[in-house]
Design a protein around this ligand. Structure first.
Ligand code: COA
Ligand code: NAP
Length: 271
């Protein structure tokens, strides 16, 4: 029995941070199933290109420039998106930023910047969406990272922020469950051809070492994450809420990674 993707036809899927990478891959998967897509991110150019690609799949889509750190911009985006496509059926909150640096090499603003985007930004995205979510029935998906539960050198900001994201998932599952809103976190492993992995494993040798470390001995594919997002949003996921689900080939079982060489390479690039 296959997942019935016809159930997403005409549904409104709103993707924060949806102009590239994993989040855009999720948008593409829902677009192929006939959903209508609203995307937000900072760059109007990236959004225009993403929307054009979704339209080539036959989907209706809009791109609304908004920084998740700016509640007013988010509120305006929700108002426009809902006016066009109606109440939101699926909300994906995946905007994030990352760089490699030890805590002592981070200014207070460097730490704050990632916490502002990943954690406070996620709060803004899900909190401000609430009035626009279909009740009952909406599904919220937060895109987390294994740094949420694996203490990882060079990632103090991401560890702190994503741990907060997953706790937000659990709290909102309790607060919003009675309204028929489900919320879960997906924890992607190292996903090939993404900006996030380029920053943590620059170059072929680093990518190969990362793949070797994964118990299933391969990097993840964007499609691996998109499929989990669809499962959670589908009727098959209708009794799942408040969970944090690794889709990572088992990598989160293996403990902290050593980013020293990658960090030195990225600091040389920065200087
Ligand atoms: N090491 C140490 N500090 C760094 C750094 C690094 N490699 N890169 C940025 N910072 C610091 C900056 O110096 C600045 O601190 P300061 O004001 O004390 O100097 C602070 O972080 C903010 O940098 P800024 O470039 O102004 O932030 P921004 O809001 O324009 O961009 C980032 C946010 C830094 C996260 C940027 O990399 C980004 O936009 N990333 C999005 C894409 C991405 O990361 N994708 C992967 C997702 S997992
Ligand atoms: P990506 O392509 O850089 O995706 C990040 C998206 O967020 C982009 O669309 C970016 O677009 C947007 N964004 C960044 N800052 C924003 C802000 N302040 N406001 C609004 N939008 C913002 O990277 P990715 O690797 O696919 O990562 C996607 C998600 O997966 C992230 O949550 C990341 O933590 C998670 N993840 C990734 C991996 C991996 O292997 N790649 C592993 C674990 C977890 P703009 O630049 O236009 O704003």
């Amino acid at each position: 029995m296959d997942l019935n993707t016809a159930q997403f036809r005409g549904r409104h899927v709103f993707v924060a941070g949806g102009s590239s990478g994993i989040n855009f891959g999720i948008a593409q998967a829902f677009a192929r199933a006939g959903a209508r897509l609203s995307l937000i991110s900072r760059s109007a150019d990236k959004l225009a290109s993403a929307v054009a690609q979704l339209e080539t799949l036959g989907a209706e889509a809009i791109g609304l420039p908004a920084d998740v750190r700016q509640p007013e911009a988010l509120t305006a985006a929700y108002t426009q998106a809902v006016a066009r496509f109606g109440a939101i059926d699926v909300l994906v909150s995946g905007a994030a930023g990352n760089f490699l640096a030890q805590a002592l090499d981070m200014s207070p603003n460097a730490f704050k910047t990632v916490v502002d985007i990943d954690l406070l930004g996620s709060f803004n995205v899900v909190r401000l969406a609430h009035a626009h979510l279909r009740q009952p029935g909406a599904c919220v998906i937060q895109i987390s990272a294994s740094q949420a539960f694996t203490p990882t050198p060079y990632q103090a900001h991401v560890c702190a922020a994503k741990a907060g994201v997953d706790m937000l998932t659990r709290v909102l599952a309790l607060e919003w469950g009675a309204q028929g809103i489900r919320i879960n976190s997906i924890v992607p492993g190292p996903i090939a051809d993404t900006e996030g992995l380029r920053r943590l494993a620059p170059g072929d040798a680093a990518l190969q070492a990362m793949a070797e470390r994964v118990p299933l001995k391969r990097l993840g594919r964007i499609e691996d994450i998109a499929r989990m997002a669809m499962l959670l949003a589908s009727d098959w996921g209708s009794y799942i809420t408040g969970t944090v689900i690794p889709v990572d080939g088992g990598l989160s079982l293996t403990g902290p990674r050593d980013f020293t060489a990658a960090a030195e390479a990225s600091q040389r690039g920065r200087g």
